[in-house]
Design a protein around this ligand. Sequence first.
Ligand code: CO
Length: 647
Amino acid sequence: MEQQAEDMAVAAEPGSAPTHPLDPCTGDELVQAVAILRDTGRLGEKAFFSAGYAAEPPKDLVLGFEPGSSWDRIVRLVGHDRERGQSFDARVSLTEGRVAAFTWIEDGQASVAADDYIAMLKILWRNEEWIAAVKKRGIEDLSLVHIEPWVAGAPHPDLPANARAMHAIAFLHADRADNYYARPLEGLSAHVDCDSGQVVIEDHGVLPMPTDPAEYAADRVDRLREGLKPIEITQPEGPSFEVEGNVVRWQKWQFRVSMQPTEGLVLHDIRYDDDGRDRPILYRAALSDMVVPYGDPSPMHGWKHAFDGGEAALGHAANSLVNGCDCLGEIHYFDNFVLQGNGEPRHVPNAICLHEEDFGILWKHTNVFTQHPKPEVRRSRRLVVSTIVTLGNYEYGFYWYFYLDGTIQVEIKLTGMVGVSVVENNADSDMAPIIAESIASPIHQHIFCFRLDFNLDGPNNSVYELEVEPLPPGADNPYGSAFRSVASRLGTESEAQREVNPARARHWRVVNDGVKNHLGKSVGYKLLPQGSSTMYAPEDSLHAQRGGFARHNLWVTPYAPDELDAAGGVFTNLHSGANGLAAYAAANRSVEDTDVVVWHTLGVTHVPRPEDWPVMPVEYAGFTLMPTGFFDRNPSLDVPPTKACHT
Ligand code: CO
């Protein structure tokens, strides 16, 4: 692990200097910011960094930015001081060469860093009680034990209240290259304070180690199927998009791309060129945070409710993507720089993938009764911006799709290893279904909260809820079959806390009542949700207190520059809760005809199945943003037919 950490410390590649306030930090900028902060002497010898990134200037500065002009470049540095047992939040002005703000955090701690994992390993492998508990399970070769770090949520009561708490579980390798998730050290976990070194071991009893391997690597499975012939994607004239720095242009779309530690992929200033009319749609769109609460009350799982964004810095876990494996075709990659614990940047090549995909038909009509009897068909294609993160046992792929008809879609792909328990006699339960010989997997949820800062033809927007209701039979309803769409404006933050309701075709429409289409109606985009439950843990549980955003599928708040976090942002780790979105919305402000931010909570309730083992085929979640009266007609009439369709 220490070797691994050293390998990670490769020198930063020089990035080009920022020319726009939303340009991500270069490696050099991170180095500079760290040096300025260290020079102040505020950080002790045992301080380390969890994250460093360009702080976003206020929206009005960004929207009014003139190319070539200067601005105060602020780098936000976040980390933890082990000596002090406290995390810090620093804002360093590179323009002025000084620390512009510095705070020690009272509730919550900086995201978990590799330094914490290394500290935890050292502490546990020096702990005799831990070693004895491992040996009690018949394990002699301790080098075959993999310790899996988990965010603790809250410190164990026997640890200091300000503990840098981690929760460890463990697995056993049969050989160093195998899938150790097949062999959990059932019943054993450890609570570790990475600052003080204190440990609390929990041992709930020994169960026999499962013996079935769970291999999935191509060179370790019994056989590979045959008959799959190559699919090659070729674009002989190159892709149809253009990239300039972090700005992407494709067809009529334009936006900026970046990565943040908590949010991962962030898109800014999404615009559409409507026949020469430059139309803003979203100022900022990103995952804000997510939580994975477990429903199995077993001592190995019941405490789990990982916030992979804020606690684990999801953006730091971005894979370096490979053409032909992760994405296919003519690819443009964006790199990322991650600040490591020691203050040195780590260059992550190919962290974001940009490419086009053919997506079947866009529209089609055939009418043999006219003089124009040939079918009119248009191919749909989409621009894909994506990233894939690995967080311990799990992978999440985040995909933003832009279509030729003005639709934007978000798709999350969930894959990787499910959590596991050892069970005797293949005992099955409705909280932990049996999925393999002696292996059960706890029921859990993956709940994502996306923050959508709309700027639909300007800042002043409102949100309506639309649903369909049947009408009673009567003179106006002679067939007794009438139904209608009813729109209600969501006036305040509390009125705007809503759930999905597929039975009523419920969805939400963001409008600009100050801008009308050619029919005199307000321009709008609808948020089309998928059927998605909210968090099952009751409101007074720690899980729900810390994950207030998971209580509702829809929230609307008025824009405030500091209100970016569904939970506690970079200080979600060990935060006591009642923060973030739920706290913002408690102000119950008006959300009518103002600069609104729409928050959409969605996800997957995962009841594991045998087919999820030994590696889970992708399960999907997502939502769609679709123009509704934003355009005067089908905006894709001008898409030309492909050669094959136009003979
Ligand atoms: Co799952």
